[in-house]
Design a protein around this ligand. Structure first.
Ligand SMILES: [Zn+2]
Length: 428
């Protein structure tokens, strides 16, 4: 069967919050966490090394939608995306798409990531319910060309909270361990207080994988719905994430993403399934960034890429006509303000308030555990100069995070994002 032409193509963008690339079979994980996505990858273009622009949910999504880096779009943590920015949804709506989003966490209405979406369905919900709500909207707009954004929150802490998934990969441990938010973003003091053993830590890691398996099944359900609605053959599906998760790799905090820009947190999956499985099986090994997704989608559809977009069109890459990026950049404005620059071999982290730099040799130390900035001062200086130039600190001094109102604080506290005191250990 002939694939539909780009002008008839619907777009579905799925962002799976907190999903690490390396916990998926298609990226080499040895556990069966993602049978459906692994199979879908065979008929898709898979980006082996896509990096998120932030380790924080709203800014990272804003980078996907505006194709801008965080310092440019200004959604630093939990504030409002400035309406002057052009979003992917706005471009598609302008081009005649009916646009709809089903998302968690106040992203659409509290942070303005709903800009450009006519239908904004925002409620914290499990992936199966999200699918149901997406399906209802799709059924209501039958016959219209659409752009749908689906945001799943089920991989995020507390991990594997759905019945049947707590002990999906470890049936022997006490399922109460890791069920509540107090186990997450956990510093040494919290771990002592909870008397967490090594087996408990291992179990919570198993729970993370259980959450991935849950979402994989939800993705299967979503695609089944697209098929049932008879739109699958005319749909471009993108599956990606806003950031990964540091499990127990990096001290002092376990089961978190915000304060870190290590690869565990910024390397995200990116699978693009084109209509009819076009370009299927292509693996793109070069480094790319999540700001590149929006221009790539528009390029495939034959639509003009807004001048304001910073990202690159990746279409030439999987046709073998261009290389990956030489460097990629990420930023965190949460508990710590950090910026990073990553090359094929090196990662330089800049902790801004402390004005400290850490260098990791990714070839010798893929886990980013040993700072080698003192051993490689020339590399440190070279990357530092490049990072400072990119960050444009002269023109854009380090901004302060905006004040949050009490309602927002309460919401973030319930998600484990706000903790009073005891942050000094992070300023290492
Ligand atoms: Zn997130």
């Amino acid at each position: 069967m002939l694939a539909a032409g780009p002008s008839d193509t619907n777009v579905v963008l799925v962002t799976v919050d907190t999903l690490r690339a390396d916990r998926l079979g298609l990226y080499g994980y040895d556990r069966p966490t993602s049978p459906f996505l692994d199979e879908l990858a065979g008929e898709s273009v898979v980006f082996d090394r896509m990096f998120a622009q932030s380790s924080f949910t709203p800014p990272s999504h804003a980078s996907i939608f505006t194709s801008l880096y965080v310092r440019q779009h200004g959604l630093l943590t939990w504030n409002w995306l400035d309406e002057g920015h052009v979003t992917l949804a706005e471009v598609l709506r302008e081009a005649g798409y009916t646009t709809g989003a089903v998302a968690n966490l106040g992203l659409l209405l509290q942070h303005n990531l709903g800009q450009g979406f006519e239908h904004r369905d925002q409620k914290d919900d499990g992936a199966e319910r999200i699918n149901l709500r997406a399906k209802q909207w799709l059924a209501s707009i039958r016959g219209q060309k659409f752009f749908l954004w689906v945001h799943y929150f089920d991989v995020h802490a507390p991990y594997a909270r759905h019945p049947g998934y707590e002990r999906y990969f470890n049936e022997h441990h006490n399922p109460a361990v890791g069920r509540h938010m107090r186990y997450y973003n956990s510093e040494p003091a919290t771990r002592r207080e909870l008397r967490m053993t090594e087996a408990d830590v291992a179990f919570i890691k198993d729970r993370y994988d259980g959450g991935v398996a849950f979402v994989d099944r939800a993705l299967l359900g979503l695609v089944a719905e697209l098929k049932a609605l008879d739109v699958w053959d005319r749909t471009l599906l993108v599956v990606t994430s806003d950031h990964g998760e540091s499990l127990d790799e990096h001290h002092p905090m376990y089961f978190t993403h915000d304060p870190f820009l290590y690869d565990a947190v910024i390397r995200i999956p990116a699978v693009i399934r084109f209509p009819g499985g076009r370009f299927g099986g292509a693996r793109v090994r070069g480094m790319v960034e999540s700001v590149d997704l929006a221009p790539t989608i528009l390029s495939y559809l034959g639509l003009a890429i807004p001048l304001a977009f910073e990202g690159r069109d990746l279409m030439p890459m999987f046709r073998g006509q261009s290389e990956g990026r030489e460097v990629v950049f990420s930023e965190s404005w949460g508990w710590r303000t950090i910026k990073s620059i990553r090359t094929e071999r090196w990662k330089l982290l800049w902790k801004i308030k402390a004005d400290r730099f850490k260098l990791y040799d990714l070839e010798a130390d893929a886990g980013e555990l040993r700072d080698v900035s003192a051993e490689h001062p020339e590399v440190t200086e070279r990357l530092k100069a490049r990072l400072l130039k990119w960050a444009d600190v002269e023109e854009n001094p380090v901004r302060e995070n905006p004040e949050l109102d009490e309602e927002m604080r309460e919401r973030l506290r319930s998600l484990g994002y706000m903790r009073e005191g005891s942050q000094e250990s992070l300023e290492d």
